[in-house]
Design a protein around this ligand. Structure first.
Ligand code: C2E
Ligand code: MG
Ligand code: MG
Length: 614
């Protein structure tokens, strides 16, 4: 604005000066005025030209040389019109015509070629010089080089709409495009689009364990890989017209979330195919400095539906689908449907309720005995969290652990649970006259595991209750362990140093199964109950169990089978040499009192069998 004003003022001043010079040229002071005009034009930063009504250049100021590379002499020979960008020529002609006709120039912006071939942007204002009859005789044109200013403006505009970390379109630009597609679909429902929302699995763990600089590096690499897999040769399958879909728009919503807008995709299977391609594209391990990291993406897909009231609803739907993909173990794609919609609403209520639950003392711990298979002796209890919800009753951890993880509450809940479980063990020991050594097993989530407070929490709990570190085991799932192997090894070594045991939970269903056994210093593995469930009907499940047990024993790990429900399963597991088991066949998870009862009732161990310890 200010710049435009200043160019107008410059043009006006020159015009006045020139008019005086022209009209009063014969005046005795003419040489003074001419000199003054010359001084102003020769020294002005702007390019100043004088042209006659036919467009012939009468004068070019020296600034032309500096800004466009042409000397005034070269300029008067060439037609500067040819150097104007073809798209801008018409408006320049029009402005010149108008200035000649009316004597009033209008401010205009146009591109012109530098002698070196590059484009410069000029802001220009023409003013008419009239002869003694009042006719327009010449035009004084002031041209200002605004190339840098334009570039800065474009950069600012780019920055406003792009994410500085990855250079991708940001949330604002994404929402803008989403709105456009939404409005178009309202006019023409036959033009569908799909939204993919991806989130990096266990990103918080990476970020917290390796630092934010490493986290940033992972995000940049993810963005690069997603982009690369989108550009991969085969075009997106497109139904109907057979035309190619418009370019998909990849953007970063913030944090570890990326979105992809697929215009023209209305079929869930097309969206899924693209999602799978992206997941495959990021699957290779990546290096952050010397560290090898495996990052996976969970993808939620939502398709445009005529019923959507607001474009943001589609984003919410994709988010619900993405969360489901996470809840099902991550590294998956899920497509949003109505059931998920209900769940998404419930989820919001759940998170709000969870925040109150700690203060309102609504958490309970149930204890499930872990039994030594050959003696049937209880060697440990696994502490399992329950939420005694005021209106919904006892809620399974499957329904709230993920929400507690995401909202950051799990670390506090875990802190409470560890202390509580250790106190409970102490109480049983005091009350159970048999004096058998007993262990307690506690599950730790990804966030807890990556949190530096875990070790302090454990030490505090051990100190307060006086129980021996070897009586405490932590259970972590394979997927948590495999997310950041380096961190896992560090934390596990620390736990070993404390004397606390570690069990790999839900073993055999994750992807890194066997590798993890060598990689991580754990004491035992717990075979996932889906394998135990299938072992009778599915040969592969039974074979896998056998392999796991043999392998574990080879490297001195104990084996626990979870989810034993039948005598046949128990028998077969015993045959295979599995030492410990847990499941409804022995007992459901119990309240503390019932667990003590269970302990007291159990058959005393046969002498000489040697006390099995986890
Ligand atoms: P998990 O650690 O694998 O726990 C075993 C789950 O299997 C428990 O479900 C238990 O009730 C169930 N179960 C035990 N025996 C049988 C059986 O014979 N058949 C069948 N079908 N199921 C059996 P629960 O208590 O609902 O816990 C579910 C998961 O929630 C746990 O899986 C664990 O990953 C997580 N969890 C539970 N408590 C905590 C906790 O305090 N902290 C954290 N971070 N996670 C917890
Ligand atoms: Mg467990
Ligand atoms: Mg388990």
């Amino acid at each position: 604005m200010l710049e435009s004003l200043s160019i107008s003022l410059a043009a006006l001043a020159l015009l006045v000066l020139y008019q005086q010079y022209r009209i009063y040229g014969i005046h005795k002071d003419s040489s003074k005025r001419e000199e003054l005009f010359q001084i102003v034009t020769e020294n002005a930063a702007d390019m100043i030209a004088l042209v006659d009504v036919k467009g012939k250049r009468l004068y070019n100021s020296p600034a032309y040389k500096r800004i466009l590379g042409y000397s005034p002499a070269e300029l008067s020979e060439t037609s500067s019109f040819e150097q104007i960008h073809p798209d801008d020529r018409f408006q320049v002609l029009e402005a010149a015509r108008e200035a000649r006709a009316t004597g009033i120039g209008k401010r205009l912006e146009y591109r012109i070629r530098h002698k070196d071939g590059s484009w410069r942007v000029l802001e220009s204002l023409a003013s008419a010089v009239r002869d003694s009859k009042g006719e327009v005789a010449k035009l004084v044109i002031v041209n200002r080089d605004i190339t840098e200013r334009k570039r800065a403006e474009e950069q600012l505009e780019h920055n406003r709409l792009h994410d500085p970390l990855t250079g991708l379109p940001n949330r604002g630009l994404f929402l803008d495009r989403l709105h456009q597609l939404f409005l178009r679909a309202q006019r023409d429902p036959a033009q569908p689009y799909a939204l993919l929302l991806t989130n990096v699995d266990h990103f918080k763990v990476f970020n917290e364990s390796m630092g934010t600089a490493a986290g940033d590096e992972i995000l940049r690499e993810m963005a690069r890989r997603i982009g690369a897999s989108l550009r991969q040769a085969d075009t997106i399958a497109h139904h109907g017209s057979g035309e190619l879909s418009p370019e998909p728009m990849l953007s970063r919503l913030g944090g570890d979330e990326f979105t992809l807008l697929l215009d023209g995709v209305g079929d869930p299977s097309d969206a899924l195919r693209i999602a799978k391609r992206i997941q495959a594209g990021v699957a290779e391990p990546l290096f952050v400095g010397p560290r090898e990291v495996r990052a996976a993406l969970s993808v939620g897909i939502a398709l445009s539906v005529p019923g959507h009231g607001q474009p943001e609803e589609l984003l919410k739907d994709a988010d619900a689908a993405m969360r489901r993909a996470k809840a099902l173990g991550g590294s998956r794609c899920e497509v949003f449907d109505e059931v998920m919609h209900m769940r998404a609403e419930g989820r919001l209520r759940l998170e709000a309720d969870l925040r109150n639950a700690i203060a309102a003392r609504q958490f309970r711990i149930y204890y499930q005995p872990v039994v030594q298979l050959d003696t049937r002796r209880v060697v440990s209890f696994e502490a399992l969290l329950r939420w005694d919800h005021p209106t919904q009753g006892l809620i399974s951890p499957y329904r709230f652990i993920e929400a507690a993880e995401d909202s950051g509450l799990m670390v506090s809940i875990g802190h409470w649970l560890i202390l509580q479980a250790c106190r409970q063990l102490r109480e049983w020991e005091v009350n159970n006259a048999s004096g058998q050594p007993m262990n307690i097993t506690v599950n730790v989530s990804a966030r807890q595991f990556a949190d530096a407070r875990l070790a302090t929490d454990l030490q505090d709990a051990l100190r307060e209750t006086g129980i021996n570190p070897s009586q405490l085991q932590l259970e972590m799932t394979e997927s948590v362990a495999a997310a950041d192997p380096k961190l896992t090894v560090t934390v596990l070594s620390h736990l070993k140093h404390l004397g606390v045991g570690v069990v790999l939970d839900d073993f055999g269903v994750g992807s890194a199964s066997l590798r993890g056994l060598w990689q991580f210093p754990v004491d035992a593995l717990k075979i996932d109950r889906s394998l135990i469930r299938d072992m009778q009907s599915d040969r592969a499940a039974s074979d896998m169990i056998e392999v796991f047990i043999t392998l574990a024993h080879k490297i001195n790990l104990k084996v626990i089978a979870e989810g034993i429900e039948t005598a046949r399963q128990l028998e077969r597991l015993s045959e295979l040499g599995c030492e410990f088991g847990q499941g409804y066949y022995f007992s459901q998870p119990l309240e503390a009192k019932a667990a003590l009862q269970f302990l007291r009732q159990q058959v005393a161990p046969a002498r000489g069998t040697g006390a099995g310890s986890l």
